[in-house]
Design a protein around this ligand. Sequence first.
Ligand code: PMP
Length: 293
Amino acid sequence: MAQQWIYLDGSFVTKEEAKVSVYDHGFLYGDGIFEGIRIYGGNIFKCKEHLDRLYDSAKSIMLNIPLSFQEMQDALVETIRRNELRDGYIRLVVSRGPGDLGLDPRRSPKASVIIIVEQLSIYPEEAYINGLKTVSVSSRRNIPDAVNPKIKSLNYLNNILVKIQSNLAGVGEAIMLNSQGYVAEGSSDNIFIVKRGVVFTPPCYIGALEGITRAAIIEICERKGYTLKEEPFTLHDVYVADEVFFTGTAAEVIAVREVDGRTIGEGKAGPITTNLLQEFRSIVTVDGVKVYE
Ligand code: PMP
């Protein structure tokens, strides 16, 4: 990518020029929301679903996004075009905007919108075949009566604590439980397990984000005739599963080969995980909003 252009409140600026105020409440308080979206072959994958989730998060925290849904989609398309990217990752951030040092959002009259597009590949292809080592961690998923985990807010400190714990354990991902001990998700991915041919994922009320990739995998399972159950499960069920995998925009569908020292299945990506990854990769380039005609 030659010059990288960043959308910042209606203008396109270079990476070096792209600066936000130290009074921005996204920076001061994590007061804002975001989305991570993929571009495949010049199409924005599940654009509507990502923007629906963004506008729902905004409504929930009473954040007034200064662009309409269509204007936001147009801004995404234009940012991708300017960066001449056909495959990559979009980070869309809406913060409460600059205010004063107090918490009161009424003192932040205008939300800030930032769109960054970049190339991305978080795991080497080898990881999709051999799977990741993971551990369960002591940090718990946010509970719905605090910051509701359905809100994709800029407040990711909990997830970062999870990442620190998995770093300390020397593994690539972590499994987060909810406050009742049920498996919720990874540090920033949804989780699935497979037992005797049946695919399970925790229902969102357990604390899982309503992942767009999660929904795409559920759809693929239905189409391929796999039995899919949204049911709460525990770490025991993960340890004895035949297959375990995570889903997320950045990670796509990534297998897990070990959890807390227990080998999962054959210790590599199992047949259903592999099949779902192949199916997922075959739909992503055709299912999306076209950036280039
Ligand atoms: N859980 C969390 C906490 C996340 O931040 C994400 C997004 N990376 C996901 C799950 C996966 O969601 P999606 O498939 O929409 O990227």
